[in-house]
Design a binder for this molecule. Sequence first.
Ligand code: ADP
Ligand code: MG
Length: 347
Amino acid sequence: MKDMHQRTELSSLGEFGLIDRITSAVELVNPSSLQGIGDDAAVIDPQGLMQVVTTDMLVEGVHFDLSYVPLKHLGYKSMIVNFSDVYAMNAEPKQVTVAIAISNRFSLEAVDELYAGMLAACGVYGVDLVGGDTTSSTSGLVISVTAIGVARKEDLVYRHGAKENDLLVVSGDLGGAYMGLQVLEREKAVFKQDPNVQPDLAGFDYILERQLKPEARKDIIAMFQELKLRPTAMIDVSDGLASEAMHIARRSELGVKIYDEKIPIDPVTYRTARDFNLDPTTCALNGGEDYELLFTIAQSDFDKVKGSPHFSVVGHMTDQASGYQLVDKQGGQHELKAQGWDALLKK
Ligand code: ADP
Ligand code: MG
């Protein structure tokens, strides 16, 4: 049996040894991936389609805390955040490159875990790891991922395509990832006080998974095809509903109105927010990291989303002069503010 606490120094392999090790775990599945890891650059055949390219960087201490995020989950999530951006263009991710800066604080076993998570996500979403870069770091771990996807030109959906009176629709539910983070932070604080106390994570499975092992909504993109539904604008929810809705509005030169009672919130998210003395709606509006898709559709397409458990109509687009509004249960209007989850964290 493999010793779980075995530690092999990265220096014992060297950079090329490490790259060889990563390469040996990679299998290319997409015919568009002509050349993967091993040459000066990867070669991709877009096969007559439009290519979309997106990069996201995760920095230790800023975007993740290794005291409660397992490296395998971190690897998985680092892929998901990029795939989510590609899906938000109504495109399909096909290739990724990964650049890591890593200090000798990390062992080879740790790097294996990180890549196991990355490659697991690649497997689930049908994406090829085709290249990257490896460098040493004097401090923390930095992971920069670039995802490349394809779409037919006529299928691409931008943030700027929304029209006045379009319905604003979101997939899944919101605020869960943020509440999962609150639980993890609380247990970390307890552990710091007394390392003998076991973390109490029972009953929080759903929101912990939302935080630690998010998924990208590949299934929603497939549903659009089946429903013959083409959103007029789309964005993924990484910073909270308020901020994303305002991005669509701003880029489309419109206003937006969101009805707070229409915002989908899971019961576990709701209950945990209440336990933390937080307003569940505020968590959904500003929590972020949910990786759901927020999009606008023409009113004539309402029948295609009506009654679906996957979609919630949370509002609609208005003229620009009406600004960004949140309507409460009593019909009162409030200016929608995008605090973003960074602001929420720095309490
Ligand atoms: P170069 O010196 O030309 O940049 P490298 O030695 O950095 O080449 O990389 C060799 C090959 O290994 C390239 O195909 C590169 O894309 C790939 N590679 C390097 N680091 C990583 C990594 N961390 N993950 C995936 N592929 C990598
Ligand atoms: Mg290089």
